[in-house]
Design a binder for this molecule. Structure first.
Ligand code: MRU
Length: 344
């Protein structure tokens, strides 16, 4: 992704350390953090220094590589098992995380008892996972640009951009490609309470690339549907099930219902790592419940009544029946057959 004229990935491995853009500081500060062990990486995923399904998948993969590099010889296998469990426990909804972590874990185990080789392979496997994730996101952007008409007014929710992936984005990869093709587009950016990934991160990425957009409150989307000013909705996903149900940032479901009522196409964009071939339907997806303080406070100060409890589900489920198509690197598929097509 382009930030102030320089190309970055959201996470990458350099000189034996994991580096990532600090997403909690954006857009007011651009900073890069460095991690030397998996426990620090687990904390960074929990605190959302890195967030977004494919990005936490890659961070988890690199976290496993750090674990393999520092695991004591005599406890190599059990150390890796603890690292795997700790990294996967950080966030439950995005399946990319367990896929990335397990990919490196299983790659390393294959080379026991040759531990120097197993360590080397773990770094190669993590890089391979991250590179494939970035390539998938670029490919799905090229595929998906076909559904964006010239002059389209697009609604997106949360940040499904390069920051949320290793590079390019999911929904924003489609939007970037449409813009690159010279299409005249405009993006409505849901602010995305409570952590404002839309207002902070999507708006930042769109501004960096010169893509016309405006931030709206989450509750303003219905107004723009009612005015017939939204032509297409695209979001990312944190997990896609076999039947085509998906989990994505809280608020996605209501946008899908609005799109359905207003006969506006609603698309999901997802790389291979977001498909869960063991998940039959939306009800089987674990939903992360985050701290109520994310809703009640901003920068430490209360904005809500301190004595009232708050409920903070971080994701919701959009049933397949409200999804027009799932944009993948291999093509755009009917939700009910997307997992099958991706698995081929
Ligand atoms: O809680 P977050 O910010 O990690 O949630 C991210 C999302 O829900 C994104 O929309 C999702 O990962 C889609 S695609 C990159």
């Amino acid at each position: 992704m382009l930030i102030n004229g320089t190309q970055y990935r959201s996470v990458w491995f350099e000189h034996g350390r994991l580096k990532m853009i600090d997403q909690n500081k954006l857009p007011l500060e651009f900073g890069i953090k460095e991690y030397a062990n998996y426990l620090e990486v687990a904390a960074a995923i929990r605190e959302m220094t890195v967030r977004g399904a494919p990005a936490i998948g890659a961070a988890g993969a690199f976290g496993m590589a750090l674990a393999a590099l520092s695991a004591p010889d005599e406890k190599f296998r059990s150390y890796l098992r603890s690292a795997r469990d700790e990294l996967i426990s950080t966030r439950p909804t995005a399946v990319d995380l367990s896929i990335g972590v397990n990919y490196v874990y299983e790659s390393a185990l294959k080379f026991i008892p040759d531990l120097p080789h197993a360590r080397q392979v773990s770094v190669l496997a993590a890089n391979e996972f991250a590179n494939k994730s970035a390539d998938d996101c670029l490919d799905l952007g090229v595929v998906g640009a076909a559904i964006i008409p010239d002059g389209a007014r697009i609604l997106t929710h949360c940040n499904a951009g390069a920051l949320a992936t290793v590079d390019h984005g999911t929904a924003l990869s489609v939007i970037r490609q449409a813009h690159k093709q010279g299409k005249n587009i405009f993006v409505y950016v849901d602010e995305t309470r409570p952590r404002f990934q839309g207002a902070r991160l999507t708006a930042y990425e769109l501004e960096q690339e010169g893509i016309p957009h405006a931030i709206i409150t989450d509750s303003a989307a219905g107004f723009y549907f009612w005015k017939s000013e939204i032509d297409v909705v695209i979001t990312g996903a944190d997990r896609v099930c076999l039947n085509g149900d998906i989990a994505n940032k809280i608020g996605t479901y209501e946008k899908a219902v609005l799109a359905h009522v207003h006969e506006v196409p609603f698309y999901i964009a997802a790389p291979d790592s977001t498909f869960d071939f063991n998940c039959a339907k939306g009800e089987d997806i674990p939903i992360e419940i985050r701290d109520e303080d994310e809703i009640k406070r901003i920068n430490g100060s209360y904005l809500a009544n301190p004595g009232s409890p708050a409920l903070n589900p971080s994701f919701d489920i959009t049933p397949a029946k409200y999804i027009t198509g799932i944009i993948t690197p291999k093509g755009i598929f009917d939700p009910a057959e997307a997992a099958q097509k991706v698995q081929l």
